[in-house]
Design a protein around this ligand. Structure first.
Ligand code: FO1
Length: 324
């Protein structure tokens, strides 16, 4: 299950509650959000899945650790050290210190993630989409108003985290690019997990900067299409609005309307070269129809573990129905 961010982690909680204890779930985590900060490697989507399923997540924030303090962040700010806009928590920093030390000792990110998960026991196999460098950047008009020689706004590439956290995705994105994406290869185990899956679920993560990023890794899109497993997606858009986060800002950057219909079409039907065999949409979007994709409508708001469990069960049942 390719997953990113808070929506993916929350969906996984529901999924884990639905399956038999001997069911193996492999999560392919988005690493396009990853960033070097103060010399530390931060992997937000991997950490959000690991902390959420391992019981260490800050529930009110949806990211970082519960019971967090930000003393180091404040001390760095007191030194005037930038960036100050990213909330590095003291407990969270321990994760980044372990990760950075292991990366610098030559371990690939997949081995680092496995080591970190030994502590957290998330109950899934968490694989980064790639061990290679691939970072999402967003092309915007220079926020400081710089202009080019011809008087037009100077365009700049911001790291995704700066666009997302510092500017709250408020700067219109001309383009979203995965730097390193054309060389990035799948991490060990990723293609095999897809090839041997009984079902593949695209959770309600951001279709552009989470699911879309993962699909840019070399070979992933083809592996999904060639897999014998049915692919069922869960719409992250309910009634024309993203449930959480700012998927609408990302969708408009790629010219896709913010709707369950448009995102389903964007993923496409597997029979026509796309990804989906099944598409879960919210009850308010029950008129969604996508040729050669089975669409099911049900309440999609993951407001508590029970409702999330129902959504995960619906995705599994739809995959069961679709299995050849
Ligand atoms: N999101 C914010 O909106 N503000 C933050 O200060 C922030 C800090 C942060 C630290 C560690 C981490 O793993 C995630 C963090 N996030 C923060 C969330 C992060 O930007 C998003 O989870 C993803 O990158 C988008 O899915």
């Amino acid at each position: 299950m390719p997953a990113g961010g808070i929506g993916g982690a929350r969906f996984l909680q529901g999924l884990l509650a639905q399956v038999e204890s001997d069911t193996e779930i492999t999560v392919i985590g988005n690493t396009g959000d990853d960033i070097w900060l103060h010399g530390l490697r931060v992997c937000p989507d991997l950490d959000t899945v690991m902390y959420t399923l391992g019981g260490g997540i800050s529930v009110e924030r949806g990211w970082g650790r519960e019971g967090e303090t930000f003393t180091v962040k404040d001390e760095l700010a007191a030194y005037g050290v930038e960036p100050t806009w990213f909330g590095l928590g003291d407990r969270d920093i321990a994760t980044h210190l372990v990760r950075t030390r292991m990366l610098q000792a030559g371990y690939p990110l997949s081995a680092v993630t496995e080591a970190l998960c030994t502590r957290w026991q998330p109950g899934v196999r968490l694989l980064p989409m790639t061990d290679d460098r691939a970072e999402t950047h967003v092309i915007v008009d220079d926020p400081d108003g710089a202009v080019a020689d011809d008087g037009s706004p100077q365009r700049r590439a911001l790291h995704f985290q700066e666009w997302w956290v510092r500017y709250r995705a408020s700067l219109p994105a001309h383009e979203i690019v995965l730097v390193g994406g054309d060389e990035a290869g799948p991490a060990p185990g990723v293609l095999e997990a897809i090839a041997t899956a009984d079902a593949i679920i695209l959770p309600p993560s951001n279709p552009v900067v989470s699911i879309g990023t993962i699909l840019q890794v070399r070979g992933l899109r083809d592996a999904l299409r060639d897999s014998g497993a049915p692919v069922v997606g869960v719409s992250p858009i309910i009634g024309g609005r993203p449930v959480r986060g700012m998927a609408d800002a990302c969708l408009s950057a790629i010219g896709v309307e913010t709707s369950a219909q448009a995102v389903g079409e964007h993923y496409g039907s597997r029979q026509h070269g796309g990804l989906l065999d099944g598409w879960l949409v919210d009850s308010v979007d029950d008129e969604v129809a996508i040729p050669d994709v089975i669409v099911e409508a049900l309440p999609l708001l993951m407001s508590d573990p029970e409702s999330t469990g129902r959504i995960a069960a619906a995705a599994l049942h739809l995959a069961e129905r679709l299995r050849p």
